[in-house]
Write a protein that binds this ligand. Sequence first.
Ligand code: SAH
Length: 220
Amino acid sequence: MTDSELALARQRMVAEQLAARGIRDTRVLAAMARLPREQFIGAAQRERAYEDSPLPIGSGQTISQPWIVARMLELASLMPNDRVLEVGAGSGYQAALLSGLVREVFAIERIAALADTAKDRLRIYPNVQLGIFDGTYGWAEHAPYDAILVAAGAPAVPTLLADQLAEGGRLVIPVGPRGQQRLGRILRAGDHFTTTWDTGCTFVDLVGRFGWGGEGPGLA
Ligand code: SAH
């Protein structure tokens, strides 16, 4: 596919997969209409860049389906001045989208091979910082965050992430048993946290001390 064919496929994705299926946030739609998804996947997947599905990015991980990326961004109710944490940077695609939507982005990826590639791709986005460690601890050094997006499925909500929300902050996270999570939106008001549940979804595992493999105190 040529660049202009891909650009056309991208506009079609926004209209048919996102807007037609309920994504209303115009800033999110514009960001996804602008950013080439093909730049965040390997050359072998280029033809599939705008398919309505997740795609493999190596190390057994995936770049999420465009609709679910849009829904997470929409549920985060992002404002231009926000500081945002992303757990599970993977390809860097969602971090690059966030770069255009908010003031500062902190992204964490636990798999070094993916993080190194994402770091290269994100070099041209000066308001994005990428850390390589277990994101179930959050990133206390830069907290609090107006929004936290978790791009991997958790057995329960890691309390350290909720604690790093600013007043009025939103945590968007897939929660539930493997292969059948629901997207949760946790809103902070003082020391009070209110959870609402959105769409069902299927994410790769959030692996870490307060995710899969490390279950114990610290999960709400
Ligand atoms: N937002 C990504 C989607 C990546 S899939 C994108 O736009 O491409 C989820 C990613 O979460 C995987 O790369 C996986 O390695 C990572 N991950 C899983 N558990 C993690 C943890 N505890 N800390 C940081 N990253 C984690």
